[in-house]
Design a protein around this ligand. Structure first.
Ligand SMILES: [Zn+2]
Ligand SMILES: [Zn+2]
Length: 345
């Protein structure tokens, strides 16, 4: 009962080939209102409705990848259900190292109670719940005609409670996916016969396209994986070796040359995302200076020693600050003398 091709399905729904899913749904609802046997007892209405529903299901459930579909059409189809395309969201470790992933698929189904129209026709009219029988509703511009009942104040149509008026219900199922190592973003997997079953046909293939689900430690900077590592300011100033977490729960060491006071970026080759060409990309490491949060007496003593040691060398340590003071501090404190003025160039 499925249409022979996507082109046929689009034609049944009065749509141009390639119409978007939202357009498909809209067209289906419009035609379902017109042809559903509950609404239309004309000759052939039931058959027409079945065709419309089959066309909708074919297009909405089918593989939305044009190329794959053309290939399927060209084989002129052993009878089986359409393929199904889904996104496979992977954690960074799953994408790199692979593993078993349980995929929960939720898909819209046409609501069986209202045939996708979102409305139910009652045997007799009732007071309109929207306008409470007045035929008018309040709006920004004052009182307006009630759309729900067409202004009559009563109606034999009510919103379908099963689907809350959306025309769709959702059903879920779980699929076990053995994820191979090296899933670069966008890599596809084909699981033969794992698509959702449509009618009595043997199910088509489940086509999965991988995407990264990043949270916590790692983020993306362009196509590169990035990790931000907080480092004590003094370690950066004095030079240090910094431990950097890399995917897989390991740690790599990054050397920092003395004299760095601002954020610096380093590259860990081969610790980034899987590459389409094989192997792994780079991990971009952002070292971020952090200031002490709590200072005890011993810390303060040490800082004061440092302060005294560095005093008198300000013009060399802080050239910008020295220039700023020379420009903006007209009345300098007596203690500091007038030395700084000489450093202005
Ligand atoms: Zn419904
Ligand atoms: Zn009303």
């Amino acid at each position: 009962m499925s249409p022979a091709s996507r082109a046929d399905a689009f034609a049944v729904l009065d749509l141009a080939p390639g119409a978007l899913p939202a357009e498909i749904k809209r067209a289906f609802r419009r035609l379902a209102m017109q042809w559903h046997p509950d609404r239309n007892n004309g000759h052939g209405a039931a058959e027409r409705f079945r065709q419309i529903k089959a066309a909708h299901d074919y297009l909405v459930r089918g593989d939305e990848d044009g190329e794959a579909d053309t290939a399927a059409d060209a084989n002129s189809a052993p009878a089986r259900g359409p393929d199904q395309q889904e996104t496979l969201w992977l954690d960074i470790e799953e994408a790199i190292f692979g593993g078993v992933h349980v995929l929960e698929l939720e898909r819209p189904e046409v609501c069986g109670d209202c045939a996708g129209s979102g409305r139910i026709t009652l045997a007799s009219s009732r007071m309109c719940a929207c306008c409470r029988g007045s035929g008018r509703v309040r709006s920004k511009s004052g009182l307006d005609h009630c759309d729900a009942c067409g202004g009559r104040g009563y109606s034999a149509e009510v919103r379908c409670e099963t689907c809350d008026g959306t025309g769709e219900t959702r059903s879920g199922r779980k699929v076990r996916v053995t994820v191979p190592a090296g899933m670069w973003p966008g890599r596809r997997l084909r699981l033969a016969g794992k698509a959702a079953a449509v009618g009595d046909l043997p199910p088509g293939d489940l086509l999965l396209q991988s995407q990264l689900r990043l949270h916590g430690l790692f983020s993306l900077r362009g196509d590169a994986l990035e990790v931000t590592v907080p480092v004590p300011l003094f370690d950066l100033l004095a030079g240090s070796v910094v431990a950097v977490p890399v995917p897989g729960g390991e740690t790599e060491m990054v050397s920092v040359a003395a004299g760095t006071a601002s954020e610096t970026r380093h590259t860990l080759v081969g610790h980034g995302l899987p590459l389409r060409s094989g192997g792994r990309g780079d991990l971009s490491v952002l070292l971020q200076p952090v200031l002490p949060e709590k200072l005890g007496k011993t810390d303060l003593d040490a800082l004061r020693v440092l302060q005294a040691t560095l005093a008198g060398r300000e013009s060399r340590l802080y050239p910008d600050l020295t220039a700023w003071r020379a420009q903006w501090l007209r009345a300098e404190p007596k203690k500091g003398g007038r030395k700084s003025r000489k450093t202005r160039s």
